[in-house]
Unconditional design. Structure first.
Length: 167
């Protein structure tokens, strides 16, 4: 059985279906449909990667690099570009989730105590929970409630939005 290495270092079975699906999604994002050409390219890229994976264990990143290279070799650079954009957006989302979870973890474990309020004691679990909740609510407000311009100004310390965690 062919195995691959996930980003979290888990070893899982190789799935050519996931590769074909990713390629077809890139084509569909550009063409708004899946053509025979797209299906043929998805199959040939998956065939190539599967052949390489039989000789060595690949990581998810290596597989995505190979998909990107395979798409770049087609007569459709626009599809390769769409795949590159998709990868970049997914990477940004992973980094944001990771950063948020780290901040929440710091609050819950009291590993970065910042008693900003005399009424909140981060050393108690209730205080830690409240601070973690505050981090989450601020992130939600910045991402989903306030305008992009207000977010930009707040994040660049040009304006301060008081009680952002109550938005």
């Amino acid at each position: 059985m062919i195995m691959i290495v996930k980003r979290d270092n888990r070893i899982v079975p190789f799935s050519r279906d996931k590769i074909e699906s990713a390629v077809l999604k890139a084509f569909k994002a550009v063409d708004l449909e899946v053509t025979e050409y797209a299906e043929a390219k998805a199959s040939s890229i998956a065939d190539y990667i599967e052949k390489v994976a039989q000789t060595k264990t690949l990581s998810v990143e290596e597989i995505q690099d190979m998909v990107e290279a395979g798409l770049a070799k087609t007569k459709r650079p626009d599809v390769a570009h769409e795949f590159i954009i998709y990868r970049h957006e997914r990477q940004k989302a992973r980094e944001q989730r990771s950063s948020l979870m780290r901040k929440i973890g710091e609050k819950l474990t009291a590993s970065a105590v910042e008693n900003q309020n005399a009424n909140v004691d981060e050393r108690s679990f209730g205080g830690r929970k409240g601070e973690a909740d505050s981090v989450l609510m601020k992130k939600y407000a910045l991402d989903n409630i306030i305008s992009p311009k207000a977010r930009f100004l707040h994040e660049n310390n040009e304006v301060y939005i008081h009680k952002l965690n109550c938005a």
